[in-house]
Design a protein around this ligand. Structure first.
Ligand code: BJW
Length: 238
């Protein structure tokens, strides 16, 4: 059974990573146009570097939670039949053990050189304008996808969504495209669609199964169900 899991900020919330649009979320204290657009970066690079440097430091000090670990457990059982597509820029999925993973909105732990295009792993601050390890130019920015920029690996994601039998959306508000449109694509092509979220999202089409609650409880329970159903099919031979 081919499964695509789309995750958003809600899956990392219980690890202590703030979401964007909830009360006390990241957008409460910042204007999106200032910190999450190429124009904002051009206007005030110091502000944008400070915003992402602080988040990079904070992300290094948090740990994966039960939801991240449950998805890694699912991959351990079904292997490449599972693709996790995350909108998150933290590295909690990989630290939990997920390997078949796409970071469609980039990664805090990488920099992007606007001079040569290199994407080096980066754990330090960028506000000091360090040189690019590949070309030496001091033109590094956070390797994250801002509004108006093209997300990463869209072809791979769309092919996987179009081919999946189960599409699961976890901890995302469904406010940002193209990620918000994947449920409609999966649904139109016959996949069973599931939402695991604190509260129902503004999805473009209704999910077949929408469950409300904390990711750390809903995700392990859903993974248990999938694995039990898989075991029943194995035993019955169909
Ligand atoms: C819990 C929980 C718990 C809390 N347990 N749940 C079509 C229509 C309209 C507009 C567009 C469109 N296509 C493109 C656009 C423009 C734009 C867009 O979508 N604008 C919207 C405002 C409408 N999109 C873009 O510009 C994208 N690029 C693009 O489209 O390129 C061209 C293209 C054309 C055609 C095809 C394909 C491409 C780029 C978008 C980049 C988004 N970047 C950001 C910042 C990344 C760097 C950073 O981290 O700072 O990505 S914005 C921000 O939002 C971040 C997130 O990944 C993203 C989604 O947020 P998410 O994860 O959903 O978080 P929240 O806070 O919104 O929701 C959290 C949820 O968790 C809530 O529901 C809670 O209830 C829940 N929750 N605790 C379970 N414990």
């Amino acid at each position: 059974m081919r499964i695509v899991v789309l995750t958003g900020a809600g899956i990392s919330a219980e690890s202590g990573v703030p979401t964007f649009r909830d009360a006390d979320g990241l957008w409460e204290g910042h204007l999106v146009e200032d910190v999450a657009t190429p124009e904002g970066f051009e206007r005030d690079p110091d502000l944008v570097h400070a915003f992402y440097d602080a988040r990079r430091r904070a992300a290094a000090s948090v740990q994966p939670n039960a939801a991240h670990r449950a998805l890694a457990r699912l991959e351990g059982a079904v292997g490449e039949d599972l693709l996790v597509v995350t909108q998150n820029v933290d590295d909690l999925h990989e630290r939990a053990g997920t390997g078949n993973l796409v970071h469609m909105h980039g990664e805090l732990r990488r920099a992007l050189c606007t001079s040569c295009g290199a994407r080096p792993v980066w754990e330090d601050d960028l506000a000091t304008r360090p040189p690019c390890p590949a070309c030496g130019e001091r033109m590094l920015r956070p390797d994250v996808v801002w509004f108006g920029e093209m997300p990463y690996e869209l072809d791979r994601i769309e092919q996987a969504v179009a081919a999946c039998e189960v599409f699961v959306s976890i901890g995302t508000s469904g406010a940002v495209y193209p990620a918000a449109g994947y449920v409609a694509l999966a649904s139109a092509l016959g996949a069973h669609t599931v939402e695991l979220n604190l509260e129902p999202s503004d999805a473009v089409v209704p999910f077949d199964d929408a469950r409300s609650g904390r990711a750390s409880e809903l995700v392990p329970a859903w993974v248990d169900e999938i694995l039990e159903a898989r075991e029943r099919r194995r035993v019955s031979g169909c």
